[in-house]
Design a protein around this ligand. Sequence first.
Ligand code: WTA
Length: 635
Amino acid sequence: MSNYHIKNLEEYFQVYRESVNHPESFWEEIAEENFVWRKKWNNVLECDFSKPEFKWFEGAKLNITENCIDRHLFARGDKTAILFEPNDPSEAAQHITYKDLSKRVNAFANVLKSKGIVKGDRVCIYLPMIPALAIATLACARIGAIHSVVFAGFSSTALSTRINDSACKMIITSDGSYRGAKTIDLKGIVDEALETCPGVQSVLVVKRINSSIQMKEGRDEYLEDLLLNVSNECPAETMDAEDPLFILYTSGSTGMPKGMVHSTAGYMVYTAYTFKNAFQYKEDDVYWCTADIGWITGHSYIVYGPLANGATTVMFEGIPSYPDFGRFWQIVEKHKINQFYTAPTAIRALAKENLDFVDKYDLSSLKVLGSVGEPINEEAWHWYNNNVGKRKRPIIDSWWQTETGGIMICPIPYVTPTLPSYATLPMPGIQPALMDENGNELKGNQVEGKLCIKFPWPSIARTIWGNHQRYKETYFSSYENKYFTGDGALRDDVGYYRITGRVDDVIIVSGHNLGTAPIEDAINEHPAVAESAIVGFPHDVKGSALYGYVTLKEVGEHRNHENLSKEINQIITEHIGPIAKLDKVQFTNGLPKTRSGKIMRRILRKIACNEMDQLGDTSTLLNPACVKEIIDGAL
Ligand code: WTA
């Protein structure tokens, strides 16, 4: 159809203009011609920034799994929907066709029903990257249950916090997981988490590593056993356009993670549309996104976006370094991958290794390379371009967020000329605005400010689960009638956007968003710690790493600092997970504070980044003397 698939730059500008001038008819046409609906909408958009409330396709009825599975069965039934590549290259890959997927999703949905799960119930999914993870999300969607996938690298404390926040009735997990040469006892972590989750009535366990685990009588059951007793046909529940499809937690600037709620219809329309355009997806392409389904990238661009387009989507269970650093490229060659979507941190890690790991594989199937999750630095961009794309394949640097649901600013491959470290131009329907210090929009080009979006798009998160007030305060109170992203950006002389990084207390480590507050809360639980502050500093693989300043309760505490650092990292691992461990810990006698007692993280950040000449005036601090001491002790 006319504006669904953009083919050249002229068409992009034309489609973009139309999407801005007539957003409702623009999205209506896309929704109308590319999806199956049980009932059409009454209204394309209802928008009220003051509440804030956004409703897309209000009145429509649908089920997203009919769009992602059923409608493909006739023309694409035998086509591979999910191509599973296991952790160990000696284990065979699995080709799950659309027909197989349909049966497996339906059977899983019947198991959920047999355990009393009904429309609107929350189901937590804590699984490794195995087909059951994608199937579990779709099974929930089939019956209208709201899935909350928790990344399987999170600790038991982080897991129980998320289960309790959205009152999940069930958790789906596995006996364990493979990670390179190691196995991880996922069920053990779940058991620990459930000690503080009284609302969870049942635990479904998928067998993956066949370990001997504890099964609690009356609560825990193997999925395999339950599947024996159900049919593989399950009618899809009729959902309203605005019914929640899932909750996905993301870090914020207070200790409590934010359960972002995504709707059904708008999310489906936007992820499907952006998948097609941002990857220039064509029928029969084999598409691979290396993210984990525990993050939004996996939800939107492993599961829903690709399947809504009837694509073949690869799911990889392993890690880029196992059995060696050529694993990604070996998979590209093996499955003749056409679109490859990964994170800058993975590229930086691979760029440190011998080029033979890349050069020995045939990467000629690749058509599009993607990057997501954090700014891609120029060095990594060039390495990716030279060695993976062989200077012939466009790199799409895609900027977006858990909250936005889909890709927002991104070159369209073979259409938008790319530029290292620039996310370039907004997707159709996306209206970015850069704001100055006084809250005014910066017009024209060559400006830099805080990045907002000034018109709603279909996949904007609708609320924070159980806390609409926080949603309003976090995203809609800084600027009137605009969504504030928390990122800074510049617009260059041709109108290209470059994301400059977070402007709030979120630090992106290896592509994972980490709020400083929950980490500080964890550290402060150590009995010897009085106070702490976390900042980010540049790291050549992780992008940013964490630098912790820690004040101990007793001045002159003589305990071995090395041991204390280890204990602190242990607490962080228990509360959040190993991803939030500190790379550097500096013990100080005090932290710089304003007269109102607020820790001046800006100063600590400069010291951690070794930019001592940019500290600015520190004389107005409550305790200026501590700055010199911190500089002297800097690591
Ligand atoms: C950052 C991931 C620069 C940004 C899809 C954003 C990026 C946060 C890019 C969201 C990019 C993501 N260039 N920065 N291409 N992509 N970010 O919620 O700071 O895990 O706000 O969503 O990652 O991370 P999240």
